[in-house]
Each structure stands twice: as C-alpha cells, then as structure tokens.
Ligand binder design. Structure first.
Ligand code: TRP
Length: 336
C-alpha cells in the first residue's frame, strides 16, 4: 500500500528559532519515516508583506539550508521552493474563482496583518496578495492532493478554507480533490527569556529568543541573563521565568533533569544557576550538530541549489498531473 502524503510549508522569514523548531520542523523530521512527505519553502507567500528582493532570495536559500541541517532528508522527502513550481500559482487562480470575497474578508490572519501594517503607516498598501494569501495556501496543499497537513493551531482557519475550496471545486466541476486533514502539532509554550510574560518571538528583539543555529557563547549568555523571579509571584507558584526554563529543558528531552529540579523547587532548594546551566547545556547539545551541518551546507552552495532544482522538479511532476486534470474539468485547453 502506498504511503499517505503529508504536506507542509514554511515562509522564508529569516533564521529558524527554537519556537519554529519545536513547533514544526522537529515534527516534520519525524513524519518522514511514516509518510511520503512534501515540504516547501513558500517564498511567494513572503511577498505579501513589504520585503526586500535580495533579502527574500537569500532567506529562501537559507531556509532550505536550515531545513536540511535540521534533518529534512532529501533521500526521503521532497523539499521544494514554491516559486520554482509554477503550478501553485496556476491552481491558485482557479481557486480564486471559486472562493468568495466574503470568506477571505473573515480570515483573522488577514485582519491582523492589515492592522499591523496600518499601525506602522497610515499609507500602507494592503495588497491583494495578502488578501488572497489563503487561496495560494490552499493551492499549495491541494496541488499535491495531500492527506495530512502538519500545522500549528494558528493555521486552523486556513485549513478549513482549503477544505471548503476542495468541496466547492468538487461540487462544481467533478470530484477530484481530497479534503486534507490538519495534524495539529503540540507546541511547547516557550516564552521570551528577557520578558517571560510574552511569547518567545523574533519580533520582540535579539534578547528575547534563541536562534536554532546561534553561537554557543550567545546562547549561554541569554540563558544566564534570563529573568527568573520577578518578585510579584505568589508563594508556592512557579514564576513565569523559572517555568519557562523548565519548559525549555523539557523540550530538549531532559525529562530526568526536569524531575529532579522540580523536586528541588518544591522543597525550596533549587538554585537557579544550576537550572540555567543545565538548560544551556541541553540547548548546546541540541544545537551543536545543527550548527555544524548548516556551516557545511553554506559552504556547498552548488549542492544546495542542486537540491532546490531537482526537488522542485519532482514536486512539479506531481503538481502537473493535478493541473492537467483541473484544466480538463474546468474547461481550459490542455494541449500537450
Ligand atoms: N501560512 C503558513 C504559515 O504562515 C505557511 C504556509 C503556506 C503553509 N502554505 C502552506 C502551511 C501550506 C501548511 C501548508 O505558517
């Protein structure tokens, strides 16, 4: 029996951080053994917000490097670059024509990003690309007729739209697409090291997050300076900063250490320095191999570009089959 197909994509928005890794990429790596996986770096989606062409191109390349460094295996999975597979945009047009203006207006991500842009500048241009972003995402998924889509809960609405588009297309033109199922990934709640009341995110600034390929000295410094007690936590409750260090240690798989530090915490003998040292050690153990693999790949640009090209071609072969069928069903010429 052939394996079920998993598809997921990530935007090339700069270096992968711990949140992306534990929330998505780690799971992508695991899924490779059980499913036929197709993973994409979606550069066209990154064009929906203001961007710099040079930076986008370099980030796309680096995202491919980083995914390979994390363990996406080119022998097992397909790793494509969206702009190298033109079938995505071709299918997106067809889907634009079965998607209503109303349902796109209700997308919370669109509303949030619009607000963000307008808060930065009153004259900000809210592009049609941003508006139809979820339609392109539906095309990313359905062009491969994916069975499962591993995503965070924040993508639930986009997955729901994807399923609606599949159903609507099938009703209107004849049954062709599956309704893909989301695989919601359990995301450990990692908070900012410098302000543990806020979610760890790159947008807060350098001190607040840990990059997945960061230098050891920097990681150690960030962990050492992490906020622990803020002074306003009630007796018997773990302060958010300490809780966050525990979560980091746990995310790194150090279950025994978490247990023994928890015992220390409960008996009031926990030394924050020990907890911090153990957390920094665990992070370095995790990150060290990623860092060296990334270095190695960055020094072999031709190899990485070769993967981008070959894998995007493999993706395009699958996608092309879909487009032939879509053209047949929707009344387009398909002269091969
Ligand atoms: N919108 C997704 C995000 O921001 C990225 C994405 C684009 C995606 N196309 C996709 C995710 C297809 C899963 C499947 O995270």
């Amino acid at each position: 029996m052939s394996k079920k197909r998993v598809l997921s994509c990530i935007q090339p928005t700069g270096e992968i951080h711990l949140g992306n890794y534990f929330g998505a990429v780690k799971n992508w790596v695991k899924l490779q053994d059980e499913y036929s996986c197709v993973y994409g770096v979606v550069d066209l989606h990154a064009m929906t917000m203001p961007y710099d062409p040079k930076v986008l191109k370099e980030n796309t390349f680096r995202m491919v490097v980083e995914l390979l460094a994390c363990g996406i295996d080119p022998e097992k999975s397909i790793l494509f670059v969206q702009s190298l597979v033109p079938q995505h945009t071709e299918l997106a047009w067809v889907f634009n024509c079965v998607t209503s203006y109303g349902e796109l207006s209700r997308m919370t991500q669109f509303k949030d990003k619009t607000e963000l842009l307008q808060s930065k500048s009153k004259k900000a241009i809210i592009s049609t690309g941003l508006f139809t972003y979820p339609v392109l995402q539906a095309a990313d998924i359905l062009v491969y007729n994916a069975d499962f889509v591993p995503v965070g809960k924040d993508q639930e609405q986009h997955l729901e739209l994807t399923r609606n588009i599949a159903v609507r297309f099938n009703k209107q033109f004849g049954v062709y697409f599956n309704e893909p199922e989301p695989l919601f990934t359990e995301i450990p709640k990692l908070m900012s090291l410098a302000d543990p009341t806020k979610k760890m995110s790159k947008s807060l600034g350098e001190k607040h997050y840990i990059g997945l390929f960061e230098e050891e000295a920097k990681i150690r410094k960030k962990v050492r300076s992490a906020v622990t007690d803020t002074g306003d936590t009630p007796e018997g409750v773990m302060s958010p900063g300490v809780d966050n260090l525990f979560n980091l240690l746990k995310a790194c798989g150090k279950v025994d250490a978490v247990e023994s530090f928890t015992t220390d915490h409960n008996s009031g003998t926990l030394r924050y320095k020990d907890l911090k040292d153990a957390t920094a050690d665990a992070l370095e153990e995790l990150i060290n191999p990623f860092r060296s693999k990334k270095e190695q790949l960055l020094n072999d640009r031709a190899y990485v570009e070769g993967i981008m090209k070959e894998h995007s071609q493999k993706a395009a072969e699958i996608a092309d089959e879909t487009l032939h069928n879509v053209k047949r069903l929707t009344g387009m010429f398909d002269i091969r």
